[in-house]
Design a protein around this ligand. Structure first.
Ligand code: NI
Ligand code: MN
Length: 227
């Protein structure tokens, strides 16, 4: 069956494989774009890219309520376990693991990763998901890096890239990222949540069409696509 991918605004997605529901960077409470409430979100696995509040978000509360397994780097896995999360799986950059529904590999990301209480969150990461023969790259929060070319060599069906500028790549560098990765499709994220990351995603999508070989998909919060 097709993979259903729903955007909850900012960097948060729900990936429904039919077998499992994978929630990524669940910043829901306090996210002005979120179409859902943290109490209503279902998840079997929760991926957390780094410790900042707009990514860790409601991960601990949702994991406690649902019993979902948190997948993150070792430092964040340890931290959420200390917060009372029962199920958590540690990975680290360059490493992947085959879960029953697919594989998750952590990629590099150039960013910070302090946890809400100031604890060290290890290195921030992006995610490569291998599900039912499809490859999805969620860059999470990062600046442009040339090794995106290596990620692209895997043959990416869908790239999810920040375009907001200020904290991450802006539109120009995100366009260069598309040309390094050469994904079939690309979704822009991490814009318009806050005033300092205001961008026009449709203008960016026009540039993607003109200057890259990828198909841009501009989503509305709450909207789903099939892959
Ligand atoms: Ni961040
Ligand atoms: Mn962020």
């Amino acid at each position: 069956m097709a993979i259903k991918i729903t955007w909850y605004g900012h960097a948060c997605f729900l990936v429904d494989t039919g077998e499992a529901r994978i929630l990524i960077d669940p910043f829901i409470t306090g996210n002005p774009q979120s179409p859902v409430k943290a109490d209503d979100v279902a998840a079997d696995h929760i991926l957390v890219s780094h410790g900042h509040a707009d990514h860790l978000g409601d991960a601990v509360d949702i994991a406690k309520r649902t019993g979902a397994t948190v997948i993150s780097n070792f430092e964040i896995q340890t931290w959420v376990s200390n917060q009372g999360v029962q199920n958590a799986h540690p990975l680290h950059i360059g490493g992947g693991y085959n879960f029953p529904w697919g594989r998750v590999k952590l990629t590099i990301a150039h960013h910070g990763s302090a946890l809400p209480d100031g604890s060290y969150g290890g290195n921030p990461c992006g995610f490569l998901l291998y599900i039912q023969g499809k490859k999805i790259y969620h860059a999470c929060d990062t600046g442009l890096f040339y090794d995106m070319k290596l990620i692209g060599e895997e043959g990416i069906d869908l790239a999810i890239l920040p375009i907001g500028d200020n904290f991450t790549m802006g539109p120009d560098d995100a366009l260069r990222a598309v040309n390094l990765i050469q994904p079939a499709k690309v979704i822009p994220i991490h814009y318009n949540t806050f005033d300092v990351i205001k961008q026009d995603p449709n203008a960016w999508a026009e540039r993607v069409k003109a200057e890259t070989s990828a198909e841009p998909i501009v989503m509305k919060p709450g909207e789903s696509i099939q892959l």
